[in-house]
Design a protein around this ligand. Structure first.
Ligand SMILES: Cc1cc2nc3c(=O)[nH]c(=O)nc-3n(C[C@H](O)[C@H](O)[C@H](O)COP(=O)(O)OP(=O)(O)OC[C@H]3O[C@@H](n4cnc5c(N)ncnc54)[C@H](O)[C@@H]3O)c2cc1C
Length: 396
């Protein structure tokens, strides 16, 4: 085992390892509805770093869940898998919420006072007066993973007890989580803060922490701000949805050349295999500085995808891609649709830079996103009504 495998705890960023892990999860998925809120090692699947880079596809996870039990038995698990899809679909229609978050980070970076910087440093180094919070910081910094319930407590304490700006906590997570995802992370932090669902915020309570950590952590009375009010509404959750037109289904596209990007390191559709492929390496992450664990995970996932494909040319700029296109005689490239975030921004710029050079960059969608993103119009529960109806059909 390499050092990184030990530190990552979830295995290495290799599709085969993700699939082997998935196929070992019958018991975890079978017991998920009752166990998932407890913070022990095997109460949840820890598949998220694989799902985030599409080393393992959501459809593969759901297909395996079908072997574990009937729909009612695994419904809670299926619901959580598509909760991520919901966040992604929601943000696709409202990319301004992501841009507003980046703008706020920019403002904080310009204006944060020295004492606030000190408080922030103490929080992210795990040097507060709250031992459980410090332990979760250490865990995040050293493994790149936190259990969902811990993420909820952490974000709530950050916002309501330590009274730090939620955006800075969201950035800390995005820079350190192996599964760090612009949609799931930003919108989960907004949800905890009470900005995403009107009047609803998440308050971490001492008795809940004691119960679900099995007594490992018992906050002292009055240590946590349990009477916190939601943050003032910023109006962004009510932004009008503007769903982008769906791309073609990747399974139906017959590309002459493929551009690979780091958000989708999954298996290529049959017609995409064997055609010339170029890997576009995105390093620009506006207002963010991912940890070494995260950059290693992303680089590992890309290397695994490239190894499965065979010969992949690597390029960092539009000029390098254009040069490769000239040599291979290609005028059109197909890529998987990147979703709101750093890679989408980089590929949007790349598309614009390639056009005057006579090269067209086109995007195709995974079938999972084509089916479910259009349902993410409003709140989660209307989404789930539509999504669960579709999932139930697969279980029959
Ligand atoms: C403040 C905060 C920040 C978060 N940031 C991220 C993030 O950056 N990236 C991310 O993938 N998830 C994020 N989540 C959601 C959730 O915590 C993780 O997906 C989950 O903990 C991953 O662990 P797991 O694979 O063991 O999940 P399991 O419980 O085994 O669930 C299986 C899969 O379903 C999805 N999932 C589960 N719970 C959620 C949820 N609440 N919301 C969305 N998807 C879910 C994940 O893809 C996960 O791998 C965040 C939650 C909170 C409260």
């Amino acid at each position: 085992m390499t050092t990184n495998e030990i530190r990552w705890r979830v295995g290495a960023p290799i599709r085969e390892q993700g699939l082997t892990h998935l196929h070992s999860l019958s018991t975890v998925i079978g017991q998920y509805a009752n166990a998932r809120n407890h913070t022990g090692e095997s109460t949840t699947t820890r598949l998220s770093p694989y799902i985030r880079r599409r080393l393992v596809l959501e459809d593969e996870v759901l297909a395996f869940a079908r072997t574990v039990g009937n729909f009612p038995k695994v419904e809670k698990f299926a619901q959580e898998v598509v909760w991520r899809t919901y966040w992604k679909g929601w943000l696709e229609s409202r990319p301004g919420v992501w841009l507003a978050y980046l703008d706020r980070l920019h403002q904080f970076d310009q204006t944060l006072s020295a004492p606030d910087r000190d408080r922030l440093g103490c929080a992210t180094r795990g040097q507060t007066d709250l031992p459980y919070f410090n332990a979760w910081c250490d865990e995040l910094n050293s493994t790149g993973y936190l259990h969902n319930h811990v993420r909820m407590w952490f974000a709530s304490i950050w916002i309501f007890t330590l009274k730090l700006p939620w955006e800075l906590g969201a950035r800390f997570f995005l820079d350190h989580l192996l599964d760090g995802d612009p949609a799931a992370n930003t919108l989960s932090w907004r949800w905890v803060a009470g900005l995403q669902t009107a009047g609803k915020h998440y308050v971490a309570r001492a008795d809940n922490i004691a119960k679900y950590t099995g007594g490992r952590w018992v906050p002292k009375p009055c240590e946590l701000n349990e009477s916190a009010q939601p943050l003032p509404d910023d109006g962004l959750a009510r932004t009008t949805a503007n769903q982008p037109p769906p791309g073609p289904d990747a399974d139906t596209v017959r590309p002459q050349a493929v551009l690979l990007q780091d958000e989708d390191c999954g298996p290529l559709p049959a017609a995409w295999m064997g055609v010339p492929a170029v890997r576009y390496v995105v390093t620009e992450r506006r207002q963010h500085a991912p940890s070494r664990l995260v950059t290693d995970w992303i680089a590992g996932a890309c290397a695994d995808a490239d190894a499965r494909i065979g010969t992949v040319h690597s390029a960092h700029t539009a000029d390098e891609i254009a040069e490769w296109c000239r040599r291979t005689g290609m005028g059109e490239l197909w890529a998987f649709q990147p979703h709101t975030g750093f890679v989408a921004e980089a590929l949007g710029g790349l598309k614009t830079s390639l056009a005057p050079l006579g090269i067209t960059l086109r995007f195709a969608d995974r079938p999972h996103d084509l089916t479910l993103f259009p349902l993410a119009k409003r709140g989660f529960f209307p989404f789930w009504e539509g999504a669960s109806a579709k999932l139930r059909q697969q279980w029959q």
